[in-house]
Write a protein that binds this ligand. Structure first.
Ligand SMILES: Cc1cc2nc3c(=O)[nH]c(=O)nc-3n(C[C@H](O)[C@H](O)[C@H](O)COP(=O)(O)O)c2cc1C
Length: 372
């Protein structure tokens, strides 16, 4: 089992861009030292709590401060970009990182991000734009001349001119395709909804699935859809490619971990931001169903959330809860912790991160069932 980080970054709206940037690099440095495998950074333009519009710039800064950690935008919202530009930028960045890079792709969750780009607020274009954009990017990475005029995008690849007899270099084009070839670039696709069509598409194209945990039924449905897409296209699904995101805090005792969560940035973010967001995306119902408490969505308080939504406790408690999730979903390859705003006093959060990567995740047993 690998451990990963999802840095949304869920920082207080009062933080300046510089504070968010510096904290992001600090967390990446610690993640590298703690032994996390992956560090993934969200892309959002219009959510004050999710305040990194260009994950690739944070990734560039972190590249020089880390040695082993792999980075990914999670996710580049493909439909909101020019696909030709993004293909060149991501390919180039994967070369800068000499392979410590993979590409997360998603449609975008927030209507205001679409409005900003003059796209429909109901996000009806988000998924078809994502899929058309990705096809163009993959063609750009092939570096063969083409011209595309599709439903949403135009794109193409130019021909390199012949060298002249004088041996000048003006005709040359750089190779900004991904490090060691596009076929070696891992592409991960995000999913949230029950029975997600994105997961079937992800499987069909042999990308890696990544989910926010929204209850066991939703998690299982993501994998099932992924398998459908894989098998219909002759691929063999591998559960070790399945990543799942959670809010996790580890301390010496359950009480201490709960205190760090409730009184720190994690609790503040949930109380002021994520409870309404999770309600909007109907993610909390899955947790209620799993808890067996039968509590009404309107009556959830922060104690209930600490017990049933977050995974916080001593290493033993957290191992037990994560093992239960892994077994019940049927197996995954990476447990991803979401980061939160502990910028004023990072010590307990950083210690928790280290314990997650060093004491907890290595003790989660892989599920060794058949892939499907
Ligand atoms: C791990 C993960 C990361 C995500 N990152 C972003 C992001 O950076 N920006 C964004 O607008 N949406 C993000 N989303 C949400 C997706 O854009 C989209 O709403 C989701 O994948 C839709 O899933 P569905 O097709 O199953 O409904 C993320 C989702 C997941 C699971």
């Amino acid at each position: 089992m690998k451990s990963g980080i999802f840095h949304v970054p869920y920082m207080k709206p009062s933080r300046s861009p510089r504070e968010v940037f510096d904290y992001s690099v600090l967390i990446a440095r610690e993640a590298d030292q703690a032994g996390f495998a992956d560090f993934m950074i969200g892309e959002h333009a219009t959510q004050a709590w999710e305040s990194v519009p260009n994950p690739e710039i944070v990734i560039g800064a972190c590249a020089r401060e880390t040695e082993r950690l792999r980075f990914a935008p999670m996710a580049h919202l493909l439909g909101l970009h020019n696909p030709g530009s993004l293909a060149i930028q991501t390919g180039w960045l994967s070369q800068v990182l000499e392979g410590r890079y993979f590409l997360g792709v998603g449609p975008g969750a927030y209507p205001r991000d679409a409005i900003l780009r003059g796209q429909p607020e109901d996000l009806s274009e988000a998924r078809p734009r994502r899929d058309e954009a990705l096809k163009i990017m993959q063609k750009v990475w092939e570096r063969k001349p083409f011209h595309h005029e599709g439903e949403f995008f135009k794109g193409g690849f130019p021909e390199e001119a012949e060298a002249d007899d004088a041996g000048g270099e003006y005709h040359m084009m750089p190779d900004f395709s991904p490090w060691q070839g596009a076929e070696n670039l891992e592409i991960a696709m995000t999913a949230l909804s029950y029975g997600s069509a994105s997961m079937k598409y992800c499987g069909a194209n042999d990308f890696s699935p990544i989910s926010f945990f929204g209850g066991l039924e939703v998690g299982r449905s993501h994998w099932d859809k992924y398998v459908e897409g894989q098998q219909e296209n002759g691929y063999t699904p591998d559960r070790m490619r399945f990543r799942m995101c959670r809010d996790i805090v580890v301390a010496d005792t359950d009480a201490e971990a709960k205190k760090i969560a409730l009184r720190g940035g994690l609790g503040t973010c949930w109380e002021n931001y994520l409870v309404p967001v999770y309600k909007q995306f109907k993610i909390l119902q899955g947790y209620i169903d799993d808890s067996g408490t039968g509590v009404d969505l309107a009556d959830l308080d922060m104690d209930w959330i600490a017990e049933h939504v977050w995974i916080c406790g001593s290493p033993e408690t957290v191992i037990e809860k994560l093992q239960k999730m892994n077994d019940a979903v049927g197996g995954m390859g990476e447990i991803v912790m979401n980061t939160h705003d502990y910028a004023d006093d990072p010590a307990p959060w950083v210690e928790s991160m280290h314990r997650i990567a060093e004491e907890v995740v290595p003790n989660i047993k892989d599920v060794t069932v058949s892939a499907a």
